[in-house]
Design a protein around this ligand. Structure first.
Ligand SMILES: Cc1cc2nc3c(=O)[nH]c(=O)nc-3n(C[C@H](O)[C@H](O)[C@H](O)COP(=O)(O)O)c2cc1C
Length: 437
C-alpha cells in the first residue's frame, strides 16, 4: 500500500482572485466579503487538506517602471486584506483544517505577534500556524518607518532571535496554569505564569503573555526559506516548509538538505513536513487537459510585463528599466527572494528576459502535472515516491469556485482511491494531523 502524503493550499491573499480571468463572477466587487474564502476553507476541509496558507506582503508594488500603475491596474498582489481577519473567520467555519496566516517579523513586535497567534490558536482550538517570513521589500519596510530592509542574511539572524522571544512568551504560561475552579474562585494559578525578561541583541520584552496560553502549546510554524541561510532558519524552527524546487532531483536535494540542518539543530527530521509547490492542469480528458495547458502557456506569454512586475516585487528588481529582448545583466543581484532569482538565471541560460519569463513558472512549478484527475493523481504518487515525501502545496493563482470543485470533487477522490491521501482527519489539533504520517 502506498504511503499517504499531505496537501495544503497557498491562498494568495484575501483579495480579488484571478482578476481578468474566466469563472470569477463579480470578484472585482465581491472580494471584500469573505464568502469565497470561507467556501474555500470548508471545501478544503471536506477534502481533508492539512492547511491553508494565507500569503501577505503589506505594501503596494512599485518596482516596475518605478510606478504603482501595473500593480493596481491588474490587481497584482493588491489589494490585500489583513490576513489575521480572514484567518479568524476561517477558523469559525471549520473544525479540523489548519489555518496559517503570514506575518512578517519586520512588521510586528514579537510580543504583539505572539499574542495574536496565541489568540488565533485559542479561537481555533489549536489549529493555527504562522507563516514566519522576514519580508524582503524596502517599500514594505518604509511602511513601518524603516529606511529599508536589513541585509538578507541579517534578517534571518534577527528572525532567529524573534523566534526565541515568541517561544519564550508562548511558554510563559505553564501547563495547568488555568485552574478555573468556581468553588475556590481561582481562575489562574499565578505561580505558573512567568515573566521571561528577554533582553536580546534586537528584541526586548518582559512578559508574561497576557493572552493566556495557546492550546497547542507552541503554535505550528511554517516557513519558505529557499536560500542557504533561509533553509537553515526554516530547519531550525519550522514544522512545515513550502518550496518551489524545480524537478525531482532538486526536490529530493532540498529535503535532504533541510533534514541535515534539522539533525545539526538537534531536531527529528520527521517533525517537519516539506511540501512542494504545484499548479496542476486538470481536464475531463487528456486532450482537454493539453488544450488547457496550451491556453495557460499562451496567457503566460501574453502577460510578460505583469509577470515581471510580480517577479520584480519579490526580488526588488525593476525589470521596466531593462531591454526585455536582451538577457538580464550579470551584475543584477537581489536583497529580496534569492532563490527565485537563482532559478530565473538558471532557466535563462543566455536567453532574453522576455523568453525566459515566457517559460518561468508558466505551466508548472516544482513539477508539471497535466491530465485527467486520475492521471494527475497517479503522477503525484509517482513524484512523491521518487522524492521520498512529504506532500504538495497547491499554488493556483486562479482561485474560483470551479477550480476548488475540480480539486475537491475530482482530484482528491482520485488520490484517496489510490491510498495517497487521508479520508478523515486523525486528530483535532493541527500539529497532530501534520505529524500523523
Ligand atoms: C509558497 C511560498 C509562500 C511564500 N509566502 C510569502 C509571504 O506570504 N510573504 C512574504 O513576505 N514572503 C513569502 N515567501 C517568501 C519566503 O519567505 C522567502 O523569502 C523566499 O522563499 C526566498 O527565500 P530566501 O528568503 O531564503 O531568499 C513565500 C515563499 C514561498 C515559496
Amino acid at each position: 500500500m502506498p504511503k499517504p502524503f499531505h496537501l495544503a493550499w497557498f491562498l494568495q491573499g484575501s483579495s480579488a482572485q484571478a482578476w481578468g480571468e474566466a469563472w470569477t463572477g463579480h470578484i472585482g466587487q465581491t472580494w471584500m466579503q469573505p464568502e469565497l474564502f470561507l467556501n474555500m476553507a470548508r471545501a478544503l476541509e471536506r477534502a481533508c487538506f492539512d492547511y491553508i496558507l494565507l500569503e501577505d506582503s503589506s505594501y503596494v508594488g512599485e518596482s516596475f517602471g518605478g510606478s504603482t500603475e501595473i500593480y493596481l491596474k491588474n490587481g497584482l498582489s493588491v489589494p490585500r486584506q489583513d490576513p489575521s481577519v480572514i484567518a479568524a473567520l476561517m477558523t469559525q467555519v471549520t473544525s479540523r483544517i489548519g489555518i496559517v496566516p503570514t506575518f512578517g517579523t519586520y512588521a510586528y513586535h514579537p510580543y504583539l505577534l505572539a499574542r495574536l497567534v496565541a489568540t488565533l490558536d485559542q479561537v481555533s482550538n489549536g489549529r493555527i500556524g504562522w507563516n514566519a517570513v522576514t519580508g524582503s521589500s524596502d517599500f514594505a519596510a518604509m511602511n513601518f518607518g524603516l529606511p529599508g530592509m536589513p541585509e538578507h542574511d541579517l534578517r534571518y539572524d534577527m528572525a532567529d532571535e524573534y523566534m526565541e522571544v515568541c517561544r519564550g512568551l508562548w511558554g510563559s504560561w505553564e501547563p495547568g496554569a488555568i485552574i478555573a475552579d468556581r468553588k475556590t474562585g481561582v481562575l489562574v494559578d499565578h505561580t505558573k505564569v512567568h515573566a521571561i525578561n528577554y533582553n536580546g541583541k534586537y528584541f526586548k520584552t518582559r512578559g508574561p503573555l497576557n493572552s493566556g496560553p495557546a492550546p497547542s502549546g507552541q503554535p505550528v510554524i511554517a516557513q519558505a526559506g529557499g536560500s542557504p541561510r533561509g533553509r537553515k532558519f526554516a530547519a531550525a524552527h519550522a514544522n512545515t516548509i513550502v518550496v518551489n524546487a524545480k524537478g525531482i532531483e532538486a526536490m529530493r536535494a532540498y529535503r535532504e538538505d533541510v533534514h541535515k540542518h534539522m539533525i545539526a539543530a538537534g531536531r527529528n527530521p520527521s517533525h517537519c513536513k516539506v511540501l512542494y509547490l504545484i499548479n496542476p492542469i486538470l481536464g475531463d480528458t487528456t486532450t482537454d487537459a493539453l488544450e488547457r495547458k496550451k491556453r495557460r502557456a499562451a496567457t503566460a506569454a501574453a502577460r510578460i510585463e505583469e509577470r515581471l512586475a510580480h517577479f520584480g516585487k519579490v526580488t526588488n528588481i525593476d525589470f521596466g528599466k531593462f531591454n526585455l529582448d536582451k538577457p538580464l545583466p550579470d551584475d543584477v543581484t537581489t536583497n529580496g527572494h534569492q532563490q527565485n532569482l537563482e532559478q530565473f538565471r538558471k532557466l535563462a541560460n543566455g536567453r532574453s528576459i522576455r523568453e525566459t519569463m515566457a517559460s518561468y513558472n508558466a505551466v508548472d512549478l516544482s513539477v508539471e502535472l497535466c491530465g485527467t484527475p486520475d492521471a494527475v493523481a497517479a503522477q503525484m504518487g509517482e513524484v512523491m515516491q521518487a522524492v521520498g515525501g512529504d506532500g504538495f502545496l497547491f499554488s493556483m493563482p486562479n482561485v474560483n469556485r470551479r477550480t476548488l470543485a475540480e480539486i475537491e470533487d475530482g482530484l482528491v477522490p482520485a488520490l484517496q482511491d489510490r491510498g495517497l491521501m487521508r479520508t478523515a482527519y486523525e486528530h483535532k489539533q493541527f500539529r497532530d494531523n501534520l505529524l500523523a504520517f
